[in-house]
Write a protein that binds this ligand. Structure first.
Ligand code: ATR
Length: 289
């Protein structure tokens, strides 16, 4: 990493996102917008790092002049193992997406994906409460894990977990049992519509509905009209799932907000100010999708 003249100024702070590949990451757009908005002397850069170099790059963050970094695919699990101290929530999720270089040079890792998920729902639907009733979660990947931990932590009584590969859902349910007082039940992907009865939340964490993928095929007839429907896919912003939910008057929240809200705690830790998610930020980030 080449030094810039900035690093000699005491107020200048540098953060970034470590991934492989990392070209498509929208995080520089998000943090760059906030740095300009708040007039903060800093930068947020892309840090492309292949898996074999990750551990070394993480240890070198401070030497390279970073106050911290986001960590994205495929390094989130390696980051959990590579930091000096892990926040208990990140431990439960099994992944670190935000790293802070502390004064003494040690690395502190936490995970803001669950925070981003819940904050997005609350921002988009004021009446949202995780404890209101059962949540149907589609998918059992890394995103589902963060979402389920967040919901259980927030008092969700029941998670109905449905995934094409059922064993993966069963594994996840086993790992997550015991968080909060809620239960995680695994159902059949092929009968997914049957699990919507009485649900207060339906969230898609699969890649179905994303640009270039097949739409998510699910019959919503059994879903109560009061249930909140969320898709973590944000390209397109209005997925087929959200359009169909809206057409039958369910409240809906799109996936862009999760990306924006999950970025807030890292920005606060590195740059000293808790940033806001505004319509101007949404439009700025959408222009880069
Ligand atoms: P992430 O970590 O971002 O959540 P992931 O681990 O790749 O991503 O998970 C993608 C999710 O989308 C998985 O739940 C996957 O189901 P499988 O576990 O069966 O692979 C789901 N998914 C992807 N394509 C799918 C499809 N065509 N039909 C059903 N589910 C699909």
């Amino acid at each position: 990493m080449t030094e810039t003249p900035h690093t000699t100024q005491s107020s200048f702070r540098r953060a970034g996102v470590i991934g492989w590949p990392v070209d498509h990451s929208l995080s520089p757009r998000v943090h760059g917008f906030w740095l300009r908005q708040y007039g903060i002397d800093g930068e947020y850069v892309r840090i492309p790092v292949p898996p074999e170099d990750f551990a070394r790059q993480l240890k070198n963050l401070r030497i390279d002049g970073f106050v911290g970094a986001n960590v994205t695919v495929p390094h989130k699990e390696a980051a959990l193992a590579g930091v000096d101290e892990v926040h208990p929530l990140a431990q439960r999720i099994g992944a670190v997406n935000t790293v802070v270089v502390r004064e003494d040079g040690s690395l502190y890792g936490f995970n803001t994906d669950g925070f981003g998920f819940l904050e997005n729902l609350k921002a988009g639907f004021a009446d949202f409460s995780a404890s209101a009733g059962p949540a149907v979660i589609l998918g059992a990947g890394g995103a589902a894990r963060a979402v389920i931990v967040a919901l259980l932590d927030a008092g969700a009584p029941e998670i109905r977990l449905l995934n094409r590969t059922k064993e993966r859902a069963e594994q996840l349910a086993d790992q997550l049992s015991g968080i909060g007082s809620g239960v995680v039940l695994v159902g059949d992907w092929n009968k997914r519509a049957d699990y919507l009865d009485g649900a207060s939340l339906l969230a898609n964490t699969t890649t179905l509905g994303m640009k270039g993928q097949m739409p998510l095929d699910i019959d919503l007839s059994a879903l109560p009209q009061t249930a909140l429907v969320n898709d973590i896919v944000y390209a397109p912003l209005e997925t087929d799932l959200l359009a169909r939910a809206r057409a039958r008057s369910n409240p809906t929240v799109d996936g862009l907000g999760m990306l924006l809200h999950q970025a807030r705690p890292g920005f606060e830790a590195w740059f000293g100010r808790m940033p806001e998610v505004t319509e101007a930020l949404r439009q700025h980030v959408l222009a880069g999708v």
